[in-house]
Design a protein around this ligand. Sequence first.
Ligand SMILES: Nc1ncnc2c1ncn2[C@@H]1O[C@H](COP(=O)(O)OP(=O)(O)O)[C@@H](O)[C@H]1O
Ligand SMILES: [Mg+2]
Length: 343
Amino acid sequence: MLGTTAQLGRIAVLWRGDEVERRGATPQTSRFKAVFAALADVGIQAMPVVYEDDVVDAVRAELETLDGVLVWVNPIHEGHSRARLDTMLRDVAERGVWVSAHPDVILKMGTKEILYHTRTMSWGCDTALYRTAEEMRTQLPERLAAGPRVIKRNRGNGGQGVWRVERVVGNGVRVLDATKDTSENLTLDEFLNRCAHYFEDGSVVDQPFQARLSEGVVRCYMAGDRCAGFGHQKVKALVEDPIARAEAGPRLYSSNSDERFQRLRRLMENEWTPQLLSSLKITRDELPMIWDADLMLGTPGPDGADTYVLGEINVSSVFPIPDEAPAQIARRVAERLQKPTQS
Ligand SMILES: Nc1ncnc2c1ncn2[C@@H]1O[C@H](COP(=O)(O)OP(=O)(O)O)[C@@H](O)[C@H]1O
Ligand SMILES: [Mg+2]
């Protein structure tokens, strides 16, 4: 059928799924339905590509025929990493296919090391980076002496490898795994042993525990360098108090004009995103078509206004998204496809 479709280009929307899902995938029935519709509205033809490591070669061949690919795949999914996927995405990007988010950009923006690299920005706090288990062993105790800390492995999601750690009398620590409900007491060595494997393929970040966590986390969604909406959530992870846990609930989405978050929006668009680009040495064009920053409340500033502390940036698989985000994504993809490809 000829018509208004595909004037701007053809792209893939890629996510992970098994063979059954692969065979049945359609734009209308997928969870990215609204993204497909928004892309079609701006004249971009998008097709579903359901990825698993065993079909990597077929997916590579398909992507090479397209102008771009929007990827939604978590760093860790049921024990699978993105290693093979990322190699393939790097290859197709080299051949001129626009990949969002590019694996190198994910490594810069979407890993916990960002908390260390941007610690001097106004969303930052007293954050340390341990590159070896030995560094953690020697430095963690003195930081714990000043108050509870949060330890995060560099790459993870869903609370995997995130711990609240607090000193207890003697040489012990009280630790709470972000995927669990209750804490346990360990010796420091026992805890260090639990973290040892994080260093096999990366580093560990150490942040102060934010006491206002139970007031909720604001997720600021970004399409490129523009805010695409918000999500506010009373979280459970690392909240131990039963009353605060009982208040936890789903993330509530709102548009980028939500009055409660306009100061945050200005900070994100005008201050933090430009600073992030220059600190990570990435260009505006390399910003992913959808990413988000999770912000906890910090100590109020001298003027009484809330301050925000960055908890993480998500880039790999930002979904669900606010209702207006698909249109913002489509706008950004259109903008990108209209640009001449750089060599
Ligand atoms: N510095 C911190 N202070 C208090 N709670 C934190 C802190 N960092 C993370 N958390 C809690 O731990 C959860 C998981 O941490 P996060 O950095 O989002 O990692 P993940 O990649 O696992 O989502 C957050 O949703 C929040 O509830
Ligand atoms: Mg998180």
